[in-house]
Design a protein. Sequence first.
Length: 465
Amino acid sequence: MRHWRLFHLVGRRSAAAVLVSGTAIGAHNYGPEDAAKTEFQTSSKFPIPQSYSGPVWKIRNDYPATAGKTDAPWQAVDFKKHPERFCEVIKRYCMEGNKEVDFNVQHNRKRNWYHAAWLHYAENGREPIHGLTFERPVSTGELGANQKRPLQAWTCGYYNELGATVFNQVWKDGSAPQWDTHVRFPNGAMVFKVLMVDAKDDEEAPILKGAPSWDAVIVKERENYDDPQTWPDRNDYASKIRLLQVDYAIADDRAPIGWIWGSFMYDGRRKDKDPWERLTPMGLQWGNDPQLDQQAYEAGERVKESWVNPAANELLGYLHSSRPMWGWNGRLNGPADNFISACASCHSTAAKATDLPLLTQDSVVHTNRGTYVPAGCKKGVTPGCDAAAMEFFRNIPAGKPYKEGQISADYSLQLMMGWINYQHWLKDSNQGWMEYAIRTVTGRPRYISTRRLARMGASPTHVDE
Ligand code: HEC
């Protein structure tokens, strides 16, 4: 995942449209807080296609301050002794009441689920039909030899009630969020996300045969998706995207880092009648194996803090994938994730930030021995040659910052990204708002910088009438 610069165009336009109508109606002076609140409640910035008439997505972010009684059935299962049983309990927990309502969680009768705030205001921002954000594309060949182009990956995450209480701490007031200290998700908090790709079923990715599919308004197809500036360029119709992966994270005191990570991959060879049941557990991860550096790995040591399901390795072989491994040197990772990283590694970087930090080791090098090594070990695997890479595989305790001086987002990259998006929005709109405020306070029409208003997307003649 690269650094993202956030897009402004779409965001500005509708913030300003609200500003204009607020002025015209004159109900009350529409100020920056109101605008922040409007954004907070915005489900998607992208229009619903005219040709689409099905249900549309609505954000649920009325985060509770406290949760009812702990609802965490996996706590009764020893995840190291019975990992497969543990995964089955999780699968049921994610699906219950959600599958029936197409993951429109507002209609789930079994338990409450919530979405992360402010994921709409970015280049990869939420599309309007399922609230999906655009993720790192699946590179050519990763899902098999027939996959001749990068596939778009789209995802939406759902937090359980205990998880949502942390969002309440920050986003209690959508117009004036507060985030002063490290957050820590309570034991029993969990979040999962559904990830779908735009593969054309049987030809491009045979493994996705029969996969559940959703409608989504995705990015216009292009040769590659390297340039984030192109991501707001969406179709004006809905496409079918197909289930590839379900990921989850569980705040659990039993894990050394306070979190357990897990992933399922769809396997079209499975015979389960219900296609949502054809998800095979990839494995679990409860630590980053900080001792397992390149030298140790090449000396034959293997992960101790991930369980990788033998079925996941069989799947990798079956795919004839261009990727050499799921996660870095045998750690857990999912089919849509970069193999130079791992679940817990990437997520340990989550912090209160104003721009996206580096989430993975820089890059790896393919050696003439056919192996992959971190860039620092290019000339030979010597002690510490991968020290920079191993920074990403420390076991950061839950609620502790990745770097000194940071405020921890406790492994939640969605909490971090929502905050980043909000900061960008503040920056985008601040200047215009200040001038607007002067005008409303003095009660006299004042010259408003048309250039600045134009930047906000408003037509100056409307505002300064
Ligand atoms: C290289 C980075 C990277 C790796 C590796 C990675 N993720 Fe994530 N993950 C992200 C980012 C960025 C987001 C937030 C963006 C989004 O959801 O659109 C995210 C979001 C999530 C969420 C939603 C809640 C949250 O914490 O933001 C879950 C759950 C999750 N990932 C689980 C996993 C699991 C399980 C794995 C391994 C199988 C994994 N991730 C591997 C980067 C990564």
